[in-house]
Design a protein around this ligand. Structure first.
Ligand code: 6PG
Length: 248
């Protein structure tokens, strides 16, 4: 179903069914990008919710040559070592990346061994720009949302929300780990396909706010995700969709 905000909204009975449907959709879009451009740039989300999706994706594509044409990026990272339980890269590696035939050089974790988060952000920004300085094409971007409305590591009230130029910034989260590196709206909103995966009743109210075009982005950062030339789809379980009324 489509929403007043212009986003597509897809609702499934439970998180497992959301993951099954989203995994199939992601693979189809990745395949299309690889066919049309010879490459697919896939941006992964952190947090816990995507773990099941990543396992499902790995199951569906464990031997799929498609992965040879995929480059993996991260929408955000916590300033912790890649071995840390809090590392978004570690979660993606364990649930997905180590189970599929993607060449190691095509996986681009955010470097948390850089001297500081600002330098890690600058380094990642360079990776996201082509030689001519333009933003490289991001084909498929996956995002989550926190119960406070944050997405990637763009938190309510953060100065990073107002960024119009830089693609990656060091930022602070109100919850630990506090130091983060995050893609900004100027990066995310260039994507061809953006998907939010959100489950659970605890996020229902924020889902409704994020999908309301009148919601201020400073209050609900997820509302600032509006791909300028791409498609936005929200993948929800029924509890997460329970605050949506009319217009969907
Ligand atoms: C992170 C994220 C973040 C995440 C939400 C939802 O590094 O924390 O990328 O934006 O997607 O916090 O997290 P959960 O899925 O754990 O609720």
């Amino acid at each position: 179903m489509s929403h007043l905000s212009g986003a597509q909204v897809r609702v499934y009975p439970d998180p497992a069914q959301v993951s099954v449907a989203l995994a199939a959709a992601l693979l189809e879009q990745m395949r299309r990008a690889a066919r049309e451009h010879g490459r697919c740039a896939l941006v992964l989300a952190g947090g816990n919710t995507p773990r099941e999706l990543y396992r499902r994706l790995a199951e569906l594509s464990a031997r799929d040559p498609l992965w040879r044409q995929v480059e993996v990026f991260f929408s955000d990272e916590r300033w912790v070592g890649h071995q840390s339980e809090a590392s978004n890269y570690r979660m993606a590696r364990e649930a997905l990346l180590q189970h599929v035939p993607i060449p190691a050089r095509q996986v681009h974790p955010i470097a948390t061994d850089a001297p500081d988060p600002a330098q890690a952000a600058a380094q990642y920004e360079r990776l996201l720009r082509r030689a001519d300085g333009d933003v490289r094409r991001l084909d498929v971007v996956l995002l989550g949302m926190g119960a406070d409305g944050h997405t990637a590591s763009l938190f309510p009230g953060a100065p990073a929300l107002a960024e119009t130029r830089r693609l990656v910034l060091a930022t602070r989260a109100p919850v630990a780990p506090h130091q983060r590196i995050t893609m900004t709206f100027p990066a995310i909103n260039t994507a061809a396909e953006v998907h939010f995966l959100v489950t659970g009743a605890g996020k229902a109210q924020m889902v409704a706010r994020a999908l309301d075009p009148a919601t201020p982005v400073t209050e609900v950062p997820a509302a600032g995700v509006r791909p300028t030339c791409g498609c936005l789809t929200w993948w929800l379980d029924e509890p997460a969709a329970s605050g949506l009324t009319g217009g969907e």
